[in-house]
Design a protein around this ligand. Sequence first.
Ligand code: KG4
Ligand code: ZN
Length: 365
Amino acid sequence: MALVKINKDITKGIFEKVAEEAEKRKEVTILGIESSCDETAAAVVVNGRKVLSNVIYSQVPVHTLYGGVVPEIASRAHVEKINQVIRKALEDSGKTMDDIDAVAVTYGPGLVGPLLVGVNAAKALAYAEKKPLVAVNHIEGHISANYIDKEELVPPFMCLVASGGHSHIVRVDDYGKYTIIGRTHDDAAGEAFDKVARAIGLGYPGGPKVDALAKEGDPHAIDFPRAKVGESSYDFSFSGLKSAVLNYLNGCEMKGIEVNKADVAASFQQAVIDVLTEHTVKAAKEYDCSRLALAGGVAANSGLREAMKQAAEKEGISFYMPELIYCTDNAAMIASAGYYEYLAGNRADISLNAIPNLKVGERRW
Ligand code: KG4
Ligand code: ZN
């Protein structure tokens, strides 16, 4: 089957086309499906902003036993749950497949086995129900989580996306149009949280556990490095910080000093927050963005949310962040991103495949 890609009117910006299309069709209901890592999720969202249902089956308890996500186990768990999760999302929304305008699914980036489960479920459903299929980039989904319940947020805006696999500063130029301003040179921010959590014996998933423990510690107790990559760069590096934490822990062990884990958690977290906040606000200012948003699993971090809000306010920049449930992996964000892809005329078909290394702004279907 030939790929259908309708987006040929280059005389108009995507924003204008989206607005025109949205005007023509008052209500567009999208079923979103997400399975890129260890959450099996489905959601029904109207016009990209109003969530009718948001079902998430988390595999965390399964992977906790192994201290991290085991791809093969994740794939199998997705296969077991995906149909139930989709059915529940439709039930909770009070809609049936007849009411759904399109099926949107994450096709990358992520783990190939888990991605394939969602992609195949979406293809089967779209084909059987004769509905358009929309392919969504997971990271763009995280960014779009900011649209949920916020009618006032429109592009352009600057967005920090920090998750377990990615850390980027992205300028959202328009719906579905992105420019990467900065990125990590090594570990993602969430990955650093997970590794440090493991080193201080907190287990998986690390981010929320470090966040909770940091509240009991002193963020200035240990002076961990704030790595800079280049002079005027917006890029990050977290592997040096992670090594500094490991060296500190080894040093304490060798000297027989008892480690104050809460101080380590708080000081490490503060170092991450300082770098992310400074670079993102600087990017917003220098690129003249009056709006700034936060996205990805690390956007659930209480310290980062507060620091970013304060830093943006100080500069007179409007600040947005998703509700906690829309920060970590979910399908409402996929349905939201899918809505704008749908309005732009982007359609995938039965040949859609999983693209584990898909980049922000890339279209590979
Ligand atoms: O976006 P996400 O759910 O999955 C990926 O796309 O990777 O992000 C998961 C990451 C994990 O590394 C997790 O430790 C981190 O987000 N995370 C947090 C918090 N909640 C989740 N990191 C810091 N503080 C949190 N509260
Ligand atoms: Zn994610």
